[in-house]
Design a protein around this ligand. Structure first.
Ligand code: ADP
Ligand code: MG
Ligand code: ZN
Length: 480
């Protein structure tokens, strides 16, 4: 990007709430049911039916607001957003407009360069999802209205984001909070998390906002990053060529790696918003608010801090271990079997994460139970096996599901701590390496490393390295 321009980015994120039933009726929200089976007169918008608000939707929205330091409005209003589309049988979407349930929040991000920054949250509002048009089954377009009325929250950010990286970090943080709260599965590929990016550019130092475009249809975090970069570059090129950015809505094409215009940008007055006469204002009183505050689980930032304080972990470890709730839970489950916090962290961040990556699975699908990792750590700490042996049997653990103790016994890997056994091996190694012994005696003491290596090899890695060192030294010194 040219140094004279800076990008200004604001994100609108839709998160599908994981309630069992829809926002205004009792229909199931289950994904993947046969088309048009999760429906009733209410979510189909038949004349004369009345929506009834799902209490869980309010609870989840307030929880998200609390988790992002929003002000929670004790009274908020549902409004009708009117537009025509085949997947919207009512002809309007019930959303919130002038008075959303949450406002004025923030999310903190840390960039790779170590910059710490708050991204403001303008508002979080509740709304219903629309259905789906299906274009890829024959010549006709089909409509599946199962998704009509599935609850969403829309989280709108302030235009505080400046780079694709910041957008990525903001989104990751949002997803992390949503999944810690257990109110959304956060799956962008399946559409439970959707992101529209508003992008403009301006000359550095300028405080007014430039004309923005809105890019839709990115179905992964990486695509959001790429789409934003594409759009920033496109706008800068335009302006440099003396042209102007046109306010419009664009679609991202991940295959072609480019965004193209879809339609002129609609303004809010196009939707003829008005308060929905069928729904009462949503009242959240103090008592309910307190109950919800008490229901909040430990959030990522607090959990990370606790990991640093209670387990003396480096910030780096704590960050990775708390990146998902499942990983953090797994870590704490290891700790029920060992107090060696750092070793538990190392096993998880090292061998475990790389195994997950290789197997393309998540920690929930990892075949090794956390208590077996604790057992492995204990075997090392008790001196039964060396760290290297432990590393070498890790793949066996994954493959067989057997306990480390069983594997160590079956493979006869128990560490030799019996000094007489080690002495025997040391004697034979010294005998075979007279040249090195002479070097040692001649003052080149570093050669002891080589001799230790020889003893370890002869013991097939089973000799206790500390004991080997000690015995070797004693015997060598004895020959002076
Ligand atoms: P709409 O709902 O019509 O898209 P909003 O005013 O709700 O409009 O803004 C949506 C998003 O666009 C917000 O995240 C906001 O921060 C962002 N935004 C608004 N103006 C600009 C701009 N000039 N450049 C970049 N982002 C912007
Ligand atoms: Mg928008
Ligand atoms: Zn219904």
């Amino acid at each position: 990007m040219s140094s004279n321009y800076e990008a200004v980015i604001g994100l609108e994120v839709h998160a599908q709430l994981s309630t069992d039933t829809k926002i205004f009726c009792g229909c199931s929200t289950n994904f993947g049911n046969p088309p048009n089976t999760n429906v009733c007169p209410i979510c189909l918008g038949h004349p004369g039916v009345l929506p009834v608000l799902n209490k869980k939707v309010v609870e989840y929205s307030v929880m998200m607001g609390l988790a992002t330091e929003c002000k929670i409005n004790s009274s908020s209003i549902f409004a009708r957003k009117n537009y025509f589309y085949p997947d919207l049988p009512k002809g309007y979407q019930i959303s919130q407009f002038e008075k959303p349930i949450c406002e004025f929040g923030k999310i903190n991000i840390t960039t790779a360069a170590g910059m710490n920054k708050d991204i403001g949250i303008t508002r979080i509002h509740m709304e219903e999802d629309a259905g789906k048009s299906i274009h890829d089954q024959g010549d006709d377009t089909l409509v599946d209205v199962n998704r009509c009325g599935v609850p969403l929250i829309e989280i709108v950010s302030e235009p505080d984001i400046r780079t694709p990286e910041e957008a990525y970090l903001y989104l990751s943080k949002l997803k992390q909070i949503l999944t810690y709260l257990n109110i959304c599965d956060g799956n962008m590929e399946e559409g439970s998390l959707r992101c529209d990016a508003n992008i403009s550019i301006r000359e550095a130092g300028e405080t007014k906002l430039g004309t923005r475009t809105e890019v839709k249809n990115m179905n992964s975090f990486r695509n959001v990053e790429r789409a934003i970069q594409f759009e920033i570059d496109r706008q800068i090129d335009l302006v440099k060529n003396g042209e102007q950015v046109v306010q419009q809505t664009m679609l991202w094409n991940a295959d072609l790696n480019e965004a193209y215009p879809m339609r002129g940008k609609e303004e809010s007055h196009d939707y003829r918003y008005f308060p929905d006469p069928d729904l009462m204002p949503v009242e959240v009183n103090d008592e309910w608010m307190t109950a919800l505050k008490n229901k909040l689980p430990e959030l990522p930032t607090a959990r990370k801090q606790r990991f640093i304080n209670d387990f003396s972990l480096p910030e780096y470890d704590a960050e990775i271990l708390t990146s998902t709730k499942e990983l953090a839970d797994y870590y704490e489950n290891i700790l029920t079997g060992t107090k060696n916090y750092k070793a538990a962290s190392n096993w998880l961040m090292g061998d475990t994460l790389s195994t997950l990556k290789e197997m393309k699975i998540s920690i929930e699908e990892f075949p090794i139970e956390p208590n077996l990792i604790a057992e492995l750590i204990n075997l090392i700490d008790e001196g039964t096996i060396s760290g290297n042996i432990a590393k070498s049997i890790f793949p066996d653990l994954v493959e067989t599901g057997k306990s480390p103790e069983t594997i160590v016994k079956e493979k006869n890997l128990v560490q030799i701590t019996d000094t007489s056994a080690i002495e025997g091996i040391v004697d034979s190694v010294l005998e075979k390496n007279e040249a090195q012994v002479q070097e040692y005696l001649g003052g080149k003491e570093k050669v002891i490393g080589f001799l230790v290596g020889q003893v370890m090899r002869e013991s097939k890695g089973k000799a206790n390295p500390g004991a080997v060192n000690q015995i070797l030294r004693k015997k060598l010194e004895g020959r002076r």
